[in-house]
Design a protein around this ligand. Structure first.
Ligand code: ATP
Length: 752
């Protein structure tokens, strides 16, 4: 005995708590119409997890809760608890008693409790399925429902049979596996779509990473190139700078000295060339000399003249002396006075006559007479005394002149000497200037030579300075591109053919080689720039993350795929199991069906046959056809074949109401026999039976009760008489169903 008790509280018409004990194989429930008997059968459905409110004659969950009456207010919850015996561990739970309770609240919420602990519906279903108490309720035959198995579609019937065969547990497992499979496939699709979505970005990141790797390579090459270039360049510049500055030192100093000497020479020259004033001085001296000479000559001339005069005077004095000696005529004064008187007379006469030619003649005669006179006239100086005086005067003058002459001569000599001195000086200085000029020329030449030398070195130094600028720029760029580590270029020994390159070798190297290196450097820089890698670390991290995520998804996909395989295998396995058990079960049921049928009808024959999907597709309506052409055991239908004794007609359609009832009972019982459920509830299944059939029904019930507990809701006295326990249900004016144990007599009274 599995079923121990049922407690109804607030369910439908059972406003108050009521309990039924099922301590016997057959329990009968009796009561007048509308007292709430069917509500008891529905309370079983309810507690066993029925999800169709309709099958419990309600529209909403709320309809299952006591709705209230005039005297008893409505309830807020309905609960039903069933107590099952598990002392034989039919249920895979380590309890002797299993209590399943379901509660529905007004808000529609349902709670399930297993031995007082909340559980899910699924848990309840699984537990019940494990003890062959399926949810299709094949073991709960509601009022007027006995016929249902006959009128059901092949598929419904198939489901009932599956349920009856206890295949529910496989079905559930299979459904669960299918659900999981669907879910897994969904997950696969989801994961695939995630991967697909992420793929372009991942590819992009991969490309970026490749670029980064490439760029790291280029950076490495660039760093090596930089180190060599910088090392060589720095060394080259340093060595040559030292060399050139050393080379420049001597000519530089010499040039400075030459410049100084040149400045001095130029100053000297300028001084020498400043002798213009000197030559003016010479000219002035010369002038003075010439003036002195002229002075002297003037004095000399005067002297000559005076000496001439003196000699004349002397001669005259000598002559006079001689004349005195000789006595020569000299015109007497008397004579002269006479001549003058004659001339006067003559002129007066001439004037008085007023005759011009006579006048002219007279005048000419006068002049002649005067001339004769003059001839004879003694000179004015012909005066001894005068001459003597003159001579004395002349001699004094001459003496003075001679004195002046001496002075003039001295002055001339002095002027000449001065001139000579000045001239001499001038000449000496000119010679000095020439010397200075030569020196200047020499120094200029020397300066030029030195300048050329220094200039050549300076040009080289300038070249080096430019190189140094370039070097600095390059170093800065290197630092910008590769970081400060580049600055350590001098720490890395530069090796060529296993030997370290000496600074001298670096300095002596052909510049073209270094230029080529620089060119290479530029090319690498361009490559690096072309790769255009931005924030390396971020990209690498992002790629790492994206890759890890993708790998994670790939693993998940692999897991899911393997789950799909496993689930598919499980489904196949379960399907095979179901298939096998189902077919075997049908055959068994068919045999039992025939047995019960012939028992019920005292003959005839009945069987179950499988309807294969394709055959059925032709026979049944189009709606039941599956789009899938593949036959599936799920599509296998069940058909009933019945043949009544002594009747020619065959088929269910030909049966009377009572015959249909008997047939369905036979089938229900047959199903129960193959895989007996722990209990069967039959709600007025016997309603349509006549007395004879009621007896047969009673016999069958007793047979059936050997394998399953029976709860029979009935008005049939025959049926009641087979029950060991009877419960009466009454309903008073308050609309509340009440339970009470009754004796058969009481029950029979109710049945009447
Ligand atoms: P019969 O012998 O005629 O089949 P029965 O004994 O099977 O009758 P039920 O159908 O179980 O009677 O009970 C029907 C009664 O239960 C009705 O009176 C109905 O009003 C009452 N009932 C159903 N649902 C509720 C509810 N939610 N609240 C109160 N009463 C309800």
């Amino acid at each position: 005995m599995y079923l121990k008790a049922l407690t109804i509280n607030g369910f439908k018409s059972f406003a108050k708590k009521g309990e039924l004990q099922f301590s016997a194989p057959i329990t009968g429930i009796v009561g007048p119409n509308g007292s709430g008997k069917s509500n008891v059968a529905e309370s079983f459905r309810f507690v066993l997890g029925e999800q169709s409110v309709k099958s419990m004659r309600g529209r909403r969950g709320e309809d299952l809760i006591w709705g209230g009456s005039e005297s008893v207010s409505r309830g807020n919850r309905a609960s039903v608890e069933v107590v099952l015996d598990n002392s034989k561990r039919q249920f895979p739970l380590d309890f002797d008693e299993i209590r399943i309770e379901r509660v529905v609240h007004r808000d529609g919420q349902n709670d399930y409790l297993l031995n007082g602990s909340p559980v899910r519906l699924k848990d309840v279903q699984e537990l019940l399925a494990s003890a062959n108490i399926g949810s299709t309720g094949h073991h709960i035959i509601s009022q007027g429902e006995a016929d249902r198995i006959l009128s059901a579609s092949v598929r419904e019937r198939r489901e009932m049979i599956e349920d009856a065969l206890g295949l529910k547990v496989y079905q559930l497992k299979k459904q669960e596996a299918e659900r999981k499979l669907d879910k897994t496939r969904e997950n696969i699709a989801h994961v695939e779509s995630l991967r697909r979505e992420a793929a372009p970005h991942l590819r992009y990141l991969e490309k970026q990473v490749q670029k980064i790797e490439k760029s790291l390579e280029v950076q490495k090459a660039l760093r090596a190139a930089y180190v060599e270039y910088l090392r060589r360049e720095d060394t080259y510049i340093a060595v040559h700078y030292d060399r050139l500055t050393a080379q420049r030192r001597e000519p530089g100093a010499a040039l400075e000295a030459v410049k100084k000497a040149l400045a001095e020479a130029k100053a000297t020259l300028r001084e020498a060339e400043g002798s213009d004033s000197k030559s003016a001085e010479v000219v002035a001296a010369e002038e003075r000399w010439r003036a002195a000479s002229k002075e002297r000559q003037g004095v000399l001339h005067e002297l000559g003249k005076l000496e001439g005069q003196l000699s004349y005077v002397a001669r005259r004095l000598e002559e006079r002396a001689r004349r005195v000696e000789t006595g020569g005529p000299a015109i007497a004064r008397s004579e002269l006075e006479r001549v003058v008187a004659a001339i006067e007379a003559q002129v007066t006469d001439a004037v008085g006559r007023d005759d011009l030619p006579a006048l002219k003649r007279t005048l000419t005669d006068v002049v002649r007479k005067l001339r004769i006179l003059l001839e004879r006239a003694p000179s004015a100086t012909d005066d001894l005394e005068a001459h003597e005086r003159e001579r004395g005067e002349l001699e004094r003058s001459i003496a003075d002149l001679r004195n002046g002459m001496a002075k003039a001569e001295a002055a001339e000599a002095a002027a000449e000497a001065a001139y000579q001195t000045v001239r001499q000086n001038l000449e000496t200085e000119a010679a000095g200037a020439r010397e200075a000029e030569r020196e200047v020329f020499r120094l200029v030449g020397e300066q030029r030579t030195l300048e050329a030398q220094v200039e050549r070195i300076d040009r080289e130094l300038e070249g080096l300075a430019r190189d140094r600028e370039e070097f600095k720029r390059e170093l800065e760029e290197g630092v910008a591109l590769l970081g400060r580590a580049v600055m350590q270029y001098y720490q890395v020994p530069l090796m060529v053919d296993g030997g370290e390159v000496s600074p001298e070798a670096m300095a002596a190297e052909d510049r073209n080689i270094q230029r080529t290196r620089r060119h290479e450097l530029e090319k690498l820089k361009i490559r690096l720039e072309e790769l255009g890698v931005g924030a390396t670390d971020d990209t690498m991290r992002e790629w790492q993350e994206a890759k890890e995520r993708d790998e994670f998804l790939a693993r998940e996909l692999a897991d899911l795929t393997s789950s799909v395989e496993k689930l598919s295998a499980l489904i196949t396995e379960l399907s095979a199991e179901l298939h096998e058990q189902f077919f075997a079960g049908i055959d068994k049921i068919s045999v039992e069906f025939n047995t019960f049928f012939t028992l019920m009808f005292g003959g005839g024959e009945a069987s179950l046959t499988r309807v294969e999907p394709k055959v059925r597709a032709k026979a049944e309506d189009e709606e039941e056809q599956l789009a899938d052409d593949e036959p599936d055991e799920n599509d296998v239908g069940i058909e009933l074949n019945v043949k009544l004794p002594n009747k020619r007609v065959k088929g269910l359609e030909m049966l009377s109401g009572g015959e249909r009832a008997l047939t369905s009972i036979a089938l229900i019982f047959a199903m129960s026999q193959v895989n007996p459920p722990p209990f069967i509830i039959l709600d007025e299944t016997d309603a349509a039976l006549d007395e004879a059939n009621s007896r047969r029904y009673g016999d069958l019930i007793e047979a059936l009760a050997k394998k399953s507990q029976l709860i029979l809701i009935t008005h049939n006295r025959e049926t009641m008489s087979r029950a060991s326990i009877l419960y009466g249900i009454t309903m008073g004016s308050d609309g509340v169903s009440k339970l009470l144990s009754v004796r058969l007599e009481e029950a029979l009274a109710v049945a009447k």
